[in-house]
Design a binder for this molecule. Structure first.
Ligand code: ME8
Length: 505
């Protein structure tokens, strides 16, 4: 029986169209989800849209639309992004769905039943852009720490007794060293919690676009309690009979988020879950922030990077590769077209693309368009190449489990470069006349290496690797990681290669 693996993206606010940052987080999840499927896990990959709250209500008002009509429209853009980026999510949740409403009502009732929610009055700062409350001491030059404008709010509100969970959270972080990753974020969260937690306002009364609090319809739930609960809604929490102790996918294996929302996921969320007697997720990974040619990406600066345009201009696998290769996951990164062009030309076109092109062309030209048969004997150089990936599959698993995507790709590109070097050194074109058999062994070795490279690259470059594996005639049901072991038997008819990556100017 395959093990379950549950991975989530943040659900994105629908106040605006999707941009490269949204594509980035979902891409990282897509790579992990595809990797785990190829490694025979039963994967549940969830993404979706966060459709309630003041920010979305204001955006709808500004367009002169009813909130529901507005969210129906914008949510479609996020769905289109999935297709455009070739994402393989298993579910797409919207917080305006009934299953989510039921699950929010249930968690609220459970928190009340366990004595963790009380009625009071909130007076303090609120930043609509961050959908977050701030203490006076957190305000910097009249703004939230993120730079978002704040407004003074005074209204009746229900509170969650967050302060009660401070020690339990610290104990949990201590006992589960991997819960928050990378380490810098973990330290940041621990010092925030050690600094003291205040009870959290979890309902609003000054607007109405949200999920009503059970038995008190004047209040709507705070959008973050609503939003975080999506991760449970998709696992049918509303109907689960044993407080998710018997759920197939819950607790999640990983919540992938940007560093901006680590506090919500690593402090509030586990506290809500403990308070509702629910199991906690295994890991929250907070990645870094992209800037555009050195500048913060913002609508007001007019430099938002549109993923649809990029894919149209460069191709989807090219963008997927660049985003995962360019910046160590977890660090901040700068988006630059020069760098994008360099990566496409040097790594994709000149290395992987070129290896494929020359090997297939040589086979077509010299072997009557037939991949040589698996030889009886491979010499030392051949074996070094052929074993360099399949013997290291555990290292590759480890890199993916630790979100070291760039390192994974770097390692594969070392093999690609060894394969190109091996081709130059073995010079199969000159063996044709002197030692035809040896030429066949060299070409076979290269095809076997290309097969393994392409199997391992499937999570990152799904279209290109499909094309390579199709062209070298690897059956669809022999592309999982367990098939790395079964060395290729060869003797397949092939056609002249279709180019993988056009060079860009
Ligand atoms: O925060 N670089 O939604 P959101 C990298 N609805 N990643 C970026 C980015 C950038 N410049 N800009 C955005 C919300 N992101 C809530 C989440 S979850 C229960 C609720 C990515 O639409 C990154 O993942 O503001 C960030 O955390 C997320 O988009 C914020 O999306």
């Amino acid at each position: 029986m395959s093990s379950p693996f549950y991975i989530t993206t943040p659900i994105y606010y629908v106040n605006d169209v999707p941009h490269i940052g949204h594509a980035y987080t979902t891409l990282a999840c897509d790579v992990m989800a595809r990797f785990k499927r190829l490694d025979d896990f039963e994967v549940f990959f969830l993404t979706g849209t966060d459709e309630h709250g003041q920010k979305v209500e204001t955006a709808a008002n500004n367009k002169g639309l009813k909130p529901q009509d507005f969210v129906d429209d914008v949510s479609v853009n996020f769905r289109s992004l999935l297709k455009c980026m070739n994402f393989s999510n298993d579910d797409f949740i919207r917080t305006t769905e009934k299953r989510h409403f039921n699950s929010c009502q249930r968690i609220w009732n459970k928190l009340v039943e366990n004595g963790n929610i009380y009625l009071g009055k909130y007076s303090g700062w609120y930043a609509v852009r961050d959908e977050a409350f701030f203490l006076e001491s957190e305000i910097v030059d009249g703004k939230a720490p993120s730079g978002a404008p704040v407004e003074w709010v005074e209204e009746p509100s229900y509170f969650f007794n967050l302060s009660k969970w401070q020690d339990k959270l610290l104990k949990y972080y201590d006992e589960n060293k991997d819960f928050i990753s990378p380490n810098t974020r973990r330290n940041e969260v621990i010092s925030f919690v050690k600094g003291g937690l205040k009870d959290l306002s979890v309902s609003r009364t000054s607007f109405s676009w949200g999920i009503k609090v059970p038995n008190d319809e004047q209040h709507i739930m705070y959008v973050w309690l609503d939003a975080l609960t999506n991760y449970l809604s998709a696992c049918d929490y509303a109907n689960n009979e044993n407080n998710m102790k018997n759920s197939k996918f819950w607790p999640a294996d990983i919540h992938m988020v940007g560093k901006d929302i680590i506090r919500f996921h690593a402090v509030y969320w586990p506290a809500f879950l403990m308070a509702a007697d629910l199991p906690l997720p295994k890991k929250v990974f907070a990645h870094g922030w992209w800037t555009n040619e050195g500048n913060k990406i913002s609508k007001s600066l007019g430099n938002v990077i549109n993923p649809f345009d990029l894919v149209e201009e460069y191709g989807v696998d090219q963008i997927r590769y660049f985003l995962m290769r360019e910046v160590p996951f977890g660090n901040d990164g700068d988006f630059s077209k020069t760098q994008l062009n360099n990566r496409i030309n040097s790594d994709l076109a000149n290395s992987y693309g070129n290896l494929f092109q020359r090997v297939i062309s040589m086979i077509c030209k010299n072997c009557n368009k037939t991949i040589p048969q698996k030889p009886e004997f491979l010499n030392k150089e051949d074996l070094v190449l052929v074993n360099s990936l399949k013997d290291k599959i555990d290292d590759y698993r480890n890199l993916i489990d630790n979100q070291k995507f760039d390192q994974f790709l770097k390692n594969i590109w070392l093999v690609i470069s060894s394969a190109n070097k091996y081709t130059d050194e073995q010079a199969p074109w000159s063996l044709k006349k002197t030692d035809f058999k040896r030429m066949e062994v060299v070409l076979f070795t290269l095809i076997e290496t290309l097969r393994q490279i392409s199997i391992l690259l499937q999570p990152f470059l799904p279209n290109t690797t499909k094309s390579v594996l199709d062209q070298i005639k690897i059956p669809l049901n022999e592309r999982n990681f367990k098939h790395l072991e079964n060395i290729y038997k060869g003797e397949e008819k092939i056609e002249l290669p279709e180019p993988l990556f056009p060079r860009v100017q």
